[in-house]
Design a protein around this ligand. Structure first.
Ligand code: NDP
Length: 315
């Protein structure tokens, strides 16, 4: 008998991000009619090229959606106390609804202290312990953008969460833990795995819904995946070794050309070979990563509404 070929569904993060941005633009217009312009302040310390690119695209997206944005660029030499003063000023400003501190910060700056100094009501990255607590207790608040993007992808693709066996590999405060909490809040049965987990493949093979947020290129292989599962790949890893690129993307002329041009290609935490047996998956790039800025915009509008006591359902 001829074997049926599996055609997994590709979950298009770029298209979903576009939908969310369109919705945010409508909300911004509704707020404008009430004389409110949501405002985002982004603090970018020093000259980290990747951070500069991220911040520029955040500021650009604000402009496209009608959100006021302000970029603050203190020098690399700024001290923790000076940064704390800057954050305090932004916390007090009426025209600023969201404060984002672009990470990583220089080593001499106390990142944890700074993130905790941001007013929880303006914490559009959702990193403040108060917002982590609100997420855990199901209260309205600001949730971290990347895991919130995962939930948007699943819901908008009509993929079930309730009752599903969800396995999250990774337990960071910014991705793994909040992703697990959001899946639990949506009634999945959740298992969280990490570097000390015993028999990871045995656990991941039981997942209807597998979220990989590990930071290791192609770590989750096809043998670790249940056929037909939904695979959510959060990883963004730059692979610079030609043999490794060929191993992940055998015979892929487009990727080989991109590698020849740039000297690296981006690979997620899931081996692309595993996608072939999935029911649905998020590609890298163009999957989860595409949602992050859209969710930041959504959080900025949410912060503007929550701070003024406007219901999230109305304009
Ligand atoms: P962290 O390094 O903070 O966390 C990685 C997690 O993976 C840890 O919990 C670690 O376990 C676990 N881990 C590491 N090795 C193994 C292993 N061999 N087996 C099982 N678990 C393991 O990373 P982040 O959460 O910040 O990021 C994860 C990935 O997501 C990265 O590739 C990052 O680039 C990407 N990312 C993408 C974003 C996007 O917008 N798409 C945003 C943020 C991150 P332990 O806790 O035991 O050390």
């Amino acid at each position: 008998m001829k074997e049926m070929k599996n055609t997994p569904r590709i979950l298009d993060g770029v298209a979903i991000a576009g939908q969310i941005k369109d919705e945010v633009a409508v909300e911004v217009k509704e707020l404008a009619a009430r004389g409110i312009t949501p405002g985002l302040a982004v603090i970018l310390v020093g000259e980290v090229p990747a951070s500069q690119i991220y911040v520029r695209s955040k500021v650009k997206t604000c402009g496209e959606l009608g959100i006021y944005s302000e970029m603050l660029t203190p020098p690399e030499s700024i001290t923790t106390d000076e940064m704390l003063a800057l954050v305090a000023e932004l916390n007090a400003r009426e025209d600023i609804d969201g404060i984002l501190i672009q990470l990583p910060l220089p080593k001499h700056v106390d990142t944890k202290r700074l993130l905790e100094a941001v007013s929880p009501d303006k914490d559009v990255d959702g990193f403040h312990p108060v917002n982590a607590g609100r997420l855990q207790s199901g209260q309205p608040g600001l949730a971290p953008c990347t895991p919130a993007g995962i939930i948007e992808i699943l819901k908008r693709s009509d993929l079930p969460i309730s009752g599903q066996n969800a396995v999250v590999v990774g337990r960071s405060d910014i991705v793994g833990k909040p992703a697990a909490m959001m899946l639990l809040n949506a009634s999945a049965t959740v298992t969280i795995c990490h570097s000390k987990t015993v028999d990871l493949p045995g656990i991941t093979r039981g997942a209807d819904l597998l979220v990989a947020a590990i930071g290791r290129p192609g770590y989750v292989t096809a043998e670790m995946v249940k056929p037909g599962a939904t695979l959510i790949d959060v990883g963004i890893n730059r692979v610079t070794d030609a043999a490794e690129v060929e191993r992940f993307f055998p015979g892929d002329a487009k990727r080989a050309a991109s590698f020849a041009k740039r000297g690296s290609v981006v690979v997620g935490d899931i081996d692309p070979a595993a996608f072939a047996i999935a029911g649905a998956y998020t590609p890298v790039p163009g999957g989860v990563g595409a949602l992050t800025i859209a969710m930041l915009m959504k959080n900025t509008v949410t912060a503007a509404k929550l701070r003024r006591g406007i219901s999230l359902k109305e304009g």
